[in-house]
Design a protein around this ligand. Structure first.
Ligand SMILES: [Zn+2]
Length: 327
């Protein structure tokens, strides 16, 4: 039986370190990969390698970031090399999911550094630390690559990281071909993510921020039901309203929204991540022949990150039904 789900990983992602003891550490990914291996999951996945063609990768990064930004990141040495390879991992996943031979139905990129805070242009605060531990916006670049390389017109990006993906929002704010949906804590880093930010110009209606907890929740807890309700009661109706039918779905899979995270304070469980994954898969089955590329963002409790990722991967390997959408 063909293996349904791709898994992109490389030991090079352990080589970048912001500073000793920093929560965005190599230990996160080491714990994740060990759990995927030791649980037996790895044998059931199609292992993929990041693209190695630096010129090709840099060319795709230039669709999102300024030449100045790219030069500054690459000049950081090993961090730049690792950040480049992280983008290469997402491009490899897009090739496997969107290419003619359809190597896999969907794929997960076990990579670092994360990407969704990385802006399209120079940030006066600097790089990495100044952009929420991010250097290149892995998912935004992957979305542009899928459009350019494979002619996929409409891309949906679904971001369940605890933090708002301000970089991704910025890149596509005026673009009606990329729909950005985010659940996040409003009053935390980076301070963006207001539900009033709905996109601009032709992109109006294609940016959807759903801060959690909802203003009516006096206890301020965020559970699995809140995350699933954001998908059911906000995302699906807005897709209907706008008539947006994705040709491919990216997930900014941040697991700092999981319970017991070092930086996040939501209470999403591993079962919750399974359930939201199944929701996304039914949408992908309905709209876009199962095409999903899921990309690791945050998640700062290595043990929790490993468990949540295994739950996410298990769900990605399941089969799904179609949704009843008006398209
Ligand atoms: Zn985060």
């Amino acid at each position: 039986m063909p293996k349904r789900t791709g898994y992109v990983y490389d030991d090079i992602f352990l080589d970048h370190e912001l500073e000793r003891g920093h929560p965005e550490s190599p230990f996160r990914l080491a714990a994740l990969h060990a759990a995927v291996s030791e649980s037996g999951l790895l044998a059931k996945l199609t292992c993929l390698s990041p693209l190695g063609d630096d010129a090709l990768i840099t060319g795709q990064i230039a669709l999102v970031h300024s030449p100045e930004h790219i030069q500054r990141v690459l000049a950081t040495g090993i961090t730049g090399t690792v950040a480049l390879r992280a983008v290469g991992a997402v491009l490899a996943a897009v090739d496997a999911v969107a290419g003619n031979e359809r190597l896999v139905d969907n794929a997960f990129c076990a990579i670092r550094p994360p990407g969704h805070h990385a802006h399209n242009n120079v940030n006066k605060d600097g790089y990495g630390q100044g952009e929420g531990f991010c250097f290149f916006n892995n998912v935004a670049i992957g979305a542009r690559y899928a459009q350019r390389q494979y002619g996929l017109g409409n891309i949906l990006i679904l971001d369940w990281d605890y933090h708002h993906g301000n970089g991704t929002e910025d890149v596509f704010y005026r673009d009606p071909t990329v729909f950005y949906f985010s659940t996040h804590r409003l009053n935390d880093y980076p301070g963006t993510g207001s539900p009033q930010r709905i996109g601009d110009g032709a992109g109006k209606g294609y940016n959807l921020n759903v801060p959690l907890p909802s203003p009516g929740d006096i206890f301020g807890r965020v559970t699995d039901d809140d995350l699933l309700a954001a998908f059911d009661n906000h995302l699906l109706p807005q897709l209907e309203t706008t008539g947006f039918v994705p040709d491919m779905i990216f997930i900014s899979a941040g697991f700092d929204s999981r319970k017991n995270d070092r930086l996040g304070n939501f209470s999403i469980t591993d079962e919750g991540f399974s359930a939201i994954t199944r929701r996304v898969m039914t949408l992908a089955r309905t709209a876009c022949e199962d095409r999903i590329v899921s990309v690791l963002e945050g998640g700062y409790n290595p043990e929790g990150l490993a468990l949540a990722t295994c739950a996410h991967l298990h769900a990605l390997m399941e089969s799904t039904e179609k949704l009843k959408m008006p398209w």
